[in-house]
Every structure is written in C-alpha cells, then in structure tokens.
Design a protein around this ligand. Structure first.
Ligand code: GAL
Length: 807
C-alpha cells in the first residue's frame, strides 16, 4: 500500500498539483491545430475555432497518405559507401511531415497569482519551434529532439492565456522519419519566486558499499534566507534518511546523505529511491520536488570493460529510433512499455536512443524495468549528412542541447553512457577532432560521472587522427574486421559495438536458394528471414556474437535495431513502394521476426528458446530443397519431417553461423509436420517444437497483450490478429483483408502488419494480413467500462475480444 502511495505521489508530481507550493499542469487537451503558414496565428484574438482539435503528444504526419514524392532525395549516401547520386524514395517514411504548422492552446492557471514564477516546458517539438504567449514571442529552439523551457513569469496572466507554437520541418533534413508536431509533452510549472530551479536537483552516489551509500545531492535554488530539507524514501515510501542544510554555496545546496544497507539498482534489480527536497524560507515551505534515483556504481576499465556494482556486464543492447510504428512519433508510455516488455523477454539489457535525445517516458520505464541506457545527442555535427540537417544549428545550439540533455536526464540510473554523435562526417580532419573534444568536455563538465562515446564508422581515419583515442569509450559501428586493430591502436583497452548487425529481414518471408548475400533485392521488395542478408557496410548477427564471446575487451553491442522504424528502407531505398526499415529484430507492428529468437537464444539465459524456421506452407515447392534453421539455447537437436529423421545437428565452430544456429541445409519440402527435438549433452531429448502445414484460412483469432488497461485515455492494448485453418493451425501466408470495429470504453487507434511495402494507412480500420498476422492497437477512453474489438474478413469466421478498463 505504501508503495502505491509513493508511486501515486510521483505520478501526481509530474502531471498535476502535488502540493500548494508547486503545480505542474500538462497541456494535453483542447489544442487547436492547423497545417500551413499563417502570419497572424500567434495573436491572442486569432480565430482558431475552425481548426482541428487535437491532443498533445501529437504527430501531424502519421495519418498520411504515403507518397513517394514526399522528401524524395537525389543523393549519394556517402556513409553507405555510395559515390553516385540516385533517387531515394521513402527515406523519411514518405509521410507528409514537411512544411509549417501551428498549434494553439488556451488555458488558465488557477494557482497563478502575480509574483509567482512560471516555466513553460517542452519535452520535444518537431521542429524549429517558435513560441508565443498572449501574442508575444517568448522563445524559440531549433533541434526537434531537445527538451527546453522558457521562463514566462513576465508574460503569463491570471485568467485565460493563449499559447501559440509554430513548427516547421524542412525537406532533406533527416535520414529517417522524424515525425512532425508537438510529439512530446508540453507543461506549465507554477512555483514561488523562492524555489528549486528547473532541473536543479543533481543526485550522484559516489561511495557505495554493502553497509552504506553516500548520496550526494546538489540543489540549485533561487532565494535568500532559505534552508533545504531532503528526505530519502525507499521504494516502499518509507523514510530511510534525511538532512537539513542551511549553508548555500552560491545558488547551490550540497548535501551528503548516508543511506544504510543500500539496495543497488541494476537491470535485474531495478530498485528506486526517491529524494524529496523541500525548500524553506524563514521556516515557510516554498518548494518541494520529488526525484527518483538509483544507487549504483559504474566503471569502465581497460581489459575488464564495463562493470555495474562490481559485476562485469556486457551490453546486450538494441538501438531504437523514436517512432512507435503505426502511432508515429507521438510519445505514448504504454507503447514504450510494450516495446521494453518484448525486449526484456529477449534478454536485452540495454537501449541506445539513436540518434537523439530519448523521451523522458522511455527513461522512466528503463529505470523501472531495468535497462541500461546509452543516451545519444546528435547524428550530425558541423559537416552535413543531409543538406538541412543539424549542421545548420550546430555552432549555435550544440552546447545548449547537450546541457539540456544532461540536466533533464542525469538522475536516471539507467543512463550509463552519453554519446555525442553517430557516424559524423567530422570524423575526417582536425576540425572534427577538436569538435569531438569540445563536445566531450561539455558532457564532462555537466556530468563528471559518465563516459562519452561516439559511434564511429570511419575507424581507420579515427585511428590516424586521434579522434578515437580521445573518446572515453571508443564505439565502433559495424567494421567487425577492424575491432582487433582498433583495440590495439586505441588506448582505452576496450571497444564497444555501438552499432552492430544491420541484418535485414521481413517477418515470415523466406527466399530460395538460401545464400548469404549483402544488398540482396527481390521483386517483391522483401528480405529473407533466413537472416543471412545484410548491407554492404554491415553483417549478420553471428559475426558480432563471435567478437562478443571471444574478446573479453569487447564490452557489448547495440544491434541496429530492436524494432523496424519508419523510413530508411534499405536495401529498397530506390524502390517504390517501400517506406520503412527491414533492420528490426521485431517488425514495425512489434511482432518478432525469426531473428528475435536468435538473440533470445543467447541473451535470455533463464528461459528456454526453441524456434524453427521457415514456416511449412510451400505449395509448389514439393521435393525442393528447403533448409530448416533452429534457434535455440540447446547445443544440439534432431529434426524430423513427417516422422523421418533429417539427422542431428550440433553447434560447432566451422563458421559463425554453425556456432549459433542449427541448420539442416538439405531438407526437401513435403507438406505435413516439421518437428525438432532438442537434445542435452548426453543426447537425451529435453524439449520439442512442431510446425505444421496449414490448410485454408478459416477463422480469425485475437490475442491481446493486455486485457485490462487504464481508463486514462492513453493506455493501449495491442491485439495480435491471426487466422487459423479448420484444425486451428496458423496460416503463415494469409493476406486476407480485415476490418476492425471497436465499441464501448475504447477507441480504435491503429493497425500495422509489418509489411514495409504497404501503403495502407494505420489509422483506418481495415488492413491486410502480412505473413498471416497484424496487430490492432486499441486505446482506452477516460470512462470505465468494457471495450469490444470485433475483427471481420470476407469468408472468415469473425472474432471478438473483450477488454476492460480500470482506474
Ligand atoms: C548506420 C547508421 C544508422 C543506420 C544504419 C543502417 O550506419 O548509424 O543510422 O543508417 O547504418 O544500417
């Protein structure tokens, strides 16, 4: 019960009032929105009654339509090794995100009275926001991924206030779908003049042992004749320590508080404390802030690598772009939680926010669920990758953007490393070396406790120039053949696989003959799920595994990527239609591809993995060679086709694939049952799995990831839709067109089938199955009650699932 209380208190503190001294009002509803330039929309008396009403977070471009002409780029992608320019479609998702738009919100602040301090906080605005309050410009920013705030104390009024935000997205500004709009939270903070400054609490844990931890808390404040009382609460909400401090150094209180027998944070034990800081002026409470933190120790040491709480820990990580597939970039905590739940089951322990600032929601979840986090800032410095990219802002904004990144997120125990850049072309030349040093120094100044990396693809150049040597953590993107040399020539004594694999595949699609090949393309614009296809610059997963397993100085990897994302449809960026990536371990709908089980078989060390591919519906391929792969944590297994043994395969060191997969290359297809029996080292059967040939699609089957969701108007249930034949066997090649209807206390939010070539719109209640599956996302309303999702399809037995909502 106590636990619940503190959790509630925290929730309240980030959304609404939690005490009289400070209010945080999220501006989420009743926004007016319109696309297009409008020179008077900043004015208070502007008539926006005809504009669309939206809620924020909002992504204006996700509703499409897809169009190959949008942001069509005639470029040579130099970092992909291209020398001749060609026409690229779908690079930024082919969704209408280019142009200007306005958001307006009229709000009142009942807690406001003259003399109060008021901050307007944006957690991201895509992009180049210009912000007006009551007709006057109060500030602007540039980078769409930054958190930023303005002090609006002078411009706010009692009664009604009108906020107007102009956003503009240029063409040729991104290498992926950036989204568009106020896609993260906007809030107004009302507090006293005497108060704790924005992001003013900094908590570190410089000394930790079994008996005690020293918790260092720096609190940046405004006011005189003040003192600070800090109380530390454990995860149950019980007070474990407190300290009152009268002495201020400049604007800062510094406290060192002892916590006995600390419960240390780690991915396995994501234990969180909360610091309650209360600021008093002449014994009157003036401000109060709650900050969650973890007690944990991180170290990076030559030849040992990364250790967490004294335990050597390898990063079993994935890179993630910020879009949430069919929801676009509008941040949603339930969608993020689902992603992390899927990744956790895979055994993943780390996330890299490529190539920009993560949402605060994602960091909160990583703290709670136990993920290590590599927080990245930029994909570009001063030298462009794309014409209108961050290079336009670098000189003016880079320092400000890093300061805000660090200040806003530094108390998250999940963050264990910063990244100042990804494959920046500034890797070439002395100016780039200086920039790398300058950026790293800013990170160090703002946060002396965490190291800084850069994802480097120009490994030879960075060895020569000293660029790689100066970094705290040398990160290599791909280039498995250069790890050894980099380790020898760089002084740090370890290498991070900051980006690995970039293997491509389409869920449920298999191509014959089964051969390993880079940049392989097929007429249907899909990639094979035998997991042997990568890019000219990248590799298949097994090649990374060899390095991870054999070289103790390789401190882990971040696979490109955990989920497919909108844009960058390599190897089909010159083909249309193709509008989303093939790199994901999971597809755009969040459904696992076969590769999921390959990673799971080595990363999840507690649960059994035994997965067969391909599916066994190959009408017309009877008698033809149809290799069978098994991804498993067991070392050997026997395969049977309709009861006939295909022999025993055992993992061996002949090739990287032989080490991590069991492969029967000569199986001839015949319909029926494919069965694998896993064997222990004594040759005894320990587990088995079957895949059967399915008949005609007969019936729709629905399986929600969560049956009970919160009635908060935001929570989501993801319902996987598949079809089975008369015997209940899943039909892996079904492509039926389905229709969705949601009634009761929820709404239909989106559907996605994971097909990178589909131009069907996510928000319309109909979609085709892809490889026999799709996922429907149902969102709660703010009222309690049941939700019904009905799915129908021509010639198929329909299905209904009932969900319910709670407070
Ligand atoms: C990397 C890059 C990523 C993505 C990936 C695709 O070079 O850092 O953003 O483009 O390649 O393989």
């Amino acid at each position: 019960m106590k636990k619940l209380n503190i959790y509630l208190l925290f929730l309240i503190s980030t959304q609404f009032i939690f005490s009289q001294v400070r209010t945080v009002k999220e501006l989420a509803t009743n926004w007016k929105f319109q696309k297009g330039e409008n020179i008077t929309a900043y004015q208070t008396n502007f008539d926006d009654s005809k504009w669309e009403t939206v809620t924020v977070p909002h992504d204006w471009a996700i509703y499409g339509p897809f169009d190959k002409e949008i942001d069509k780029q005639h470029v040579a992608i130099v970092q992909n090794g291209e020398q001749v320019a060609s026409e690229k479609t779908g690079r930024t998702g082919a969704l209408p995100h280019i142009g200007t738009a306005w958001y307006r919100n009229t709000f009142t602040l009942p807690q406001y009275e003259k003399g109060k301090k008021v901050m307007l906080l944006f957690e991201g605005a895509m992009s180049e926001p210009k912000v007006y309050l009551n007709g006057k410009k109060v500030g602007e920013w540039a980078y769409g991924y930054s958190y930023f705030y303005f002090d609006i104390s002078e411009d706010i009024k009692e009664g009604e206030n009108t906020l107007a935000v102009q956003l503009s997205n240029k063409e040729f500004a991104s290498r992926w779908y950036p989204g568009a709009g106020l896609y993260r939270k906007v809030s107004v903070i009302v507090k006293n003049k005497t108060s704790i400054n924005q992001w003013g609490t900094t908590i570190t844990t410089p000394i930790i042992n079994k008996e005690m931890a020293k918790v260092n808390i720096k609190t940046n404040v405004s006011g005189e004749n003040i003192h600070l009382l800090t109380t530390i609460l454990n995860a149950e909400g019980e007070e474990v320590a407190s300290q009152k401090t009268n002495t201020k150094f400049g604007d800062e209180f510094v406290q060192n508080i002892k916590v006995n027998t600390p419960n240390r944070w780690s991915p396995k034990n994501p234990y969180l404390y909360t610091a309650k800081t209360q600021l008093y002026e002449d014994d009157i409470l003036k401000d109060e802030v709650l900050t969650r933190f973890g007690i944990r120790e991180i170290k990076y040491e030559a030849d040992k690598g990364f250790s967490l709480n004294g335990e050597i820990t390898k990063f079993k990580g994935v890179c993630l772009h910020h879009d949430l597939g069919p929801l676009g970039t509008a941040v949603n905590k339930a969608a993020l939680r689902r992603q992390l739940t899927i990744l956790k089951d895979m055994g993943c322990n780390a996330i890299r926010s490529s190539h920009n600032m993560p949402s605060l929601e994602q960091l909160e979840l990583c703290d709670e669920m136990g993920f290590l986090f590599l927080a990245e800032s930029f994909d570009e410095w001063a030298v462009p990758k794309v014409k209108n990219g961050y290079n336009r802002f670098f000189n003016e904004y880079a320092e400000k953007d890093i300061i805000n990144l660090v200040k806003a997120t530094k108390n998250h125990p999940s963050i264990v490393m910063w990244s100042s850049g990804n494959e920046v072309p500034d890797q070439w030349g002395t100016a780039g070396v200086k920039r790398a040093k300058w950026l790293q120094d800013i990170f160090h100044r703002e946060d002396p406790t965490r190291p800084v990396t850069v994802g480097m693809d120009q490994v030879k150049a960075t060895i020569e120039s000293g660029f790689g040597a100066l970094l705290d953590v040398p990160g290599l993107n791909y280039r498995v053949h250069l790890y050894e040399e980099a380790y020898e020539k760089f002084p740090q004594g370890f290498i991070l696989g900051s980006e690995t694999a970039s293997t491509v595949s389409s869920r449920g699609i298999y191509k014959f003959p089964v051969v390993q090949e880079n940049m392989k393309q097929y007429d249907d614009f899909q990639s094979s799920s035998y997991d042997l296809e990568a890019c000219s610059w990248s590799n298949v997963p097994d090649e990374d595994f060899v390095l991870q397993d054999d070289k103790p100085w390789v401190i882990g990897e971040f696979v490109w990527t955990g989920f497919d994302y909108l844009g960058e449809p390599t190897p089909y960026d010159k083909s249309w239609p193709s509008r989303s990536s093939y790199f994901g371990i999971n597809d755009l709908a969040g459904l696992p591809k076969d590769r999921y089980y390959l990673y799971r078989s080595r990363w999840n060390t507690t649960d059994e993995t035994l997965h067969i591919l391909p599916h066994w519906n190959w009408e017309g391929r009877e008698g033809e060679t149809t290799p069978v792969f098994v991804y498993t944590n067991y070392n050997k297994a026997e395969l049977f086709v309709n009861g006939k043994s295909m022999g025993i395969q055992e993992k061996n060191t002949a090739t990287p694939q032989n080490r991590y997969r069991l492969m029967w290359m000569d199986v001839k297809y015949e319909p029926g049952t494919l069965k694998v029996v896993a064997l222990n080292n004594e040759g005894k059967p320990v587990a088995e799995k079957e895949v059967k040939t399915a008949g005609k699609p007969y019936k729709i089957v629905l399986s929600p990831d969560r049956k009970t969701i919160k009635a908060d108007g935001k929570d989501l249930s993801y319902v996987t839709v598949s079809v089975v034949d008369k015997n209940g066997i899943e039909c892996p090649t079904a492509i039926n067109q389905l229709k969705f209807k949601v009634s009761g206390s929820g709404i239909y939010r989106a559907a996605c089938n994971g097909d990178a070539t589909s131009l069907e719109l996510f928000h319309l209640p109909t979609m085709k199955l892809f490889s026999g599956k799709l996922v429907v996302t149902v969102q709660s309303k703010t009222e309690l009650g049941d939700i019904h999702l009905k799915v129908t399809g021509k010639g198929l037995k329909s299905a209904t699932v009932e969900l319910n909502t709670v407070n």
